[in-house]
Design a protein around this ligand. Structure first.
Ligand code: ADP
Ligand code: 5GP
Length: 179
């Protein structure tokens, strides 16, 4: 049972790379996190995330329902234990798109998990990608860019570090880490 953690600063291309993995390996189940962030126009509740409000998130915390959780960019994000059990029962592996704080917690509980950190080619390119995606307002964009430097500082914790320069090449490297 493969437990694959993919982390990156916002805008580096982690979702794009994970979507490629999901398309090629349907047996790898994407772990659907809970978040208090509002859905983007393209996002569907129960597909990208379980979108919940703060009281529901707090209730889950009180119930010890999370394998890991963390505050990220001003919201709460967490992986439920139920999500991991569901993957164990139905898939050959589970893919976590979580931040470095969550990666630490998953590794602490499941040392067999494999962790990958995706780096942008440069901070300028990260900003271009984040702005090009056009999903965040100016304040949220600035917050994500400021947080990016802090997140990148933790790259040494990960088992693998990949630079997402050219997409096909980066995907090839990610693929070879897990299969
Ligand atoms: P993340 O999930 O890490 O926040 P996304 O996957 O949403 O990042 O990617 C951010 C933006 O960058 C998207 O618009 C995506 O299409 C683009 N992108 C991803 N990978 C590359 C790449 N290798 N080269 C150029 N643009 C990319
Ligand atoms: P976004 O709001 O762009 O979807 O995600 C913001 C950040 O939260 C990303 O770094 C993503 O990996 C992280 N994230 C998403 N789900 C979880 C989770 O369940 N736990 C943790 N710790 N981080 C998460």
């Amino acid at each position: 049972f493969l437990m694959l953690i993919v982390s990156s600063p916002s805008g580096a291309g982690k979702t794009t790379l994970c979507n490629r993995l999901r398309a090629e390996f349907p047996d790898l189940r994407f772990s659907i996190s809970h978040t208090t962030r509002k859905p983007r126009p393209t996002e569907v509740d129960g597909r990208e995330y379980h979108f919940v409000d703060q009281p529901v998130f707090q209730q889950m915390l009180d119930d010890n329902a999370f394998a890991e959780w963390a505050p990220v960019h001003g919201y709460h994000y967490g992986t439920s234990l139920a999500e991991i059990e569901l993957a164990r029962g139905t898939a050959k592996g589970v893919l976590f798109d979580i931040d470095f704080q969550g990666a630490r917690q998953i590794k602490a509980h499941y040392p067999e998990a494999v962790s990958v950190f995706i780096l942008p080619p440069s901070l300028d390119e990260l900003e271009r990608r984040l702005r090009g995606r056009g999903t965040e307002d100016e304040a949220a964009t600035r917050q994500r860019l400021a947080n990016a430097k802090r997140e990148i500082a933790h790259y040494g914790f990960f088992d693998y570090v990949l630079v997402n320069d050219e997409l096909e090449q980066a995907y090839g490297r990610l693929r070879s880490v897990c299969y």
